[in-house]
Write a protein that binds this ligand. Structure first.
Ligand code: T46
Length: 135
């Protein structure tokens, strides 16, 4: 399983740093929705779902958190702690987010509007669907 980390150029000068996110420039889809998570307690684990179609890019703009991605065959853990790095999360990828630092702000860009029917929240159902998707 391949994890894709998108390098995001920092435009920095003596005033500070700026990162720009732009469809087709550094984000590989039309951005339809942006949301962010903050004030997440350190011991909390979020996610526990996959998406049937949704593609996203996750960026930790402050602090750090751990992403566990699972394609139904393999699990990979990655710590995000760099605001100049975007984690591409393809569809049919189980995700769990944990070990949030106190100051963590996790921003997510999505290629679709919020749609609860796109979520797969049962791991066994996900495994069956992923098996069919990749076979
Ligand atoms: C994902 C990971 C990384 C909305 O009303 N609109 C939205 O756009 C989103 C994302 C959520 N919500 C509501 C639905 C729930 O009542 O916000 C509440 C918390 O959402 P959820 O429990 O799905 O949060 P996470 O952190 O488990 O998952 C979220 C995204 O939902 C998911 O797509 O990939 O972050």
């Amino acid at each position: 399983m391949k994890i894709e980390l998108i390098p995001l150029q920092i435009h920095g000068d003596d005033r500070g740093s700026l990162v720009s996110l732009e469809t087709e420039k550094n984000i590989p889809f039309d951005i339809k929705r942006v949301y962010y998570l903050f004030d997440t307690k350190e011991e909390v684990v979020r996610g526990y779902h996959a998406h049937k179609a949704l593609k996203q890019v996750a960026i930790v703009v402050r602090g750090s958190c751990r992403f566990t991605l699972d394609d139904g065959h393999e699990r990979i853990d990655i710590v995000l702690n760099n605001p100049a790095q975007g984690l591409l999360i393809e569809s049919f990828m189980w995700r769990e987010m944990s070990e949030f630092s106190q100051d963590c702000v996790l921003m997510v860009l999505a290629d679709s509007k919020y749609d609860e029917s796109d979520y797969v929240r049962d791991y066994e159902q996900f495994k069956t669907m992923a098996k069919n998707e990749y076979s």
